[in-house]
Design a protein around this ligand. Structure first.
Ligand SMILES: Nc1ncnc2c1ncn2[C@@H]1O[C@H](COP(=O)(O)OP(=O)(O)OP(=O)(O)O)[C@@H](O)[C@H]1O
Length: 226
């Protein structure tokens, strides 16, 4: 299997803090992988490197044959918009835009016209069960609704990879598992690769495989057979 995503000996420091020290992993196309580990172990930093948000000080990040760590900022931004979808712990929606506009904007980056993007955005809100939230701004939504809108935005343009950093961290466990079920169900239907950062074992158990990060390096990556 040729990996879709790879990190090879990746190191990142923030001042004197060594967040990653030689982290390596490989993720195949269509895999649903949880990156778990204690607080401060470097999970989010690793996700940010894999998603091209952050360029490591050392090591390589590959998306297919593309070296993300060698791309300039504009090329990484384009890649993120076109082939990646990203969900953050608190959604990361634009507060001034309505739910449907938040999703439509990501489709307009991909070249869709305004009306077409709005229609497709509404369809995605419906799939995630929040079409009634379409005209509302993030400030008027519950945490669970915000995460569903954020997931609609991350999935709408048909990304190859969805990166999710503690996507259910701000929700209670019932809402969290429901929202995660929707994300992973949609990803499985579309063959989308998912990289999920979590410190919650129950959430990690939804993944096909768990990659454990400790002290800035990958400690173990047991294969879970389902
Ligand atoms: N932008 C930053 N500036 C300074 N230090 C940072 C920054 N981002 C992360 N760190 C530090 O790097 C280390 C790894 O952080 P990271 O967020 O990757 O860990 P994590 O495993 O995701 O933690 P958590 O589960 O608590 O979110 C920590 O010591 C953190 O304080």
């Amino acid at each position: 299997m040729t990996p879709l995503l790879q990190a090879r000996d990746v190191s990142v420091s923030f001042g004197r803090t060594r967040a990653l020290r030689g982290a390596s992993l490989a993720i195949g196309a269509g895999e649903i992988v949880a990156i778990s580990g204690p607080s401060g172990s470097g999970k989010s930093t690793l996700l940010h490197c894999l998603a091209g948000i952050l360029v490591p000080d050392d090591g390589e990040i590959r998306y297919g044959e593309t070296r993300l760590d060698e791309l300039d900022e504009d090329s990484r931004t384009r890649l993120r918009r076109e082939v990646f979808g990203i969900v953050f712990q608190f959604g990361g929606l634009v507060p001034e835009l309505t739910a449907v506009e938040n999703v439509a904007v990501s489709l307009m980056f991909g070249g869709l016209g305004r009306a077409e993007a709005a229609a497709a955005a509404l369809d995605w809100l419906g799939r995630l069960g929040v079409d009634d939230c379409a005209p509302l701004r993030p400030g008027d939504l519950s945490g669970g609704q915000v995460q569903r809108v954020a997931m609609a935005r991350a999935l709408a343009h048909g990304p190859k990879v969805v990166f999710a950093d503690e996507p259910t961290g701000a929700l209670d466990s019932v809402a969290g598992e429901e929202v995660l079920g929707l994300l992973l169900g949609t990803a499985r239907d579309h063959g989308t690769t998912v990289v999920l950062v979590t410190h919650d074992n129950r959430i990690a158990a939804y993944a096909d495989r768990e990659i454990v990060v400790r002290d800035g390096a990958v400690a173990a990556s047991p294969v879970v057979t389902r």
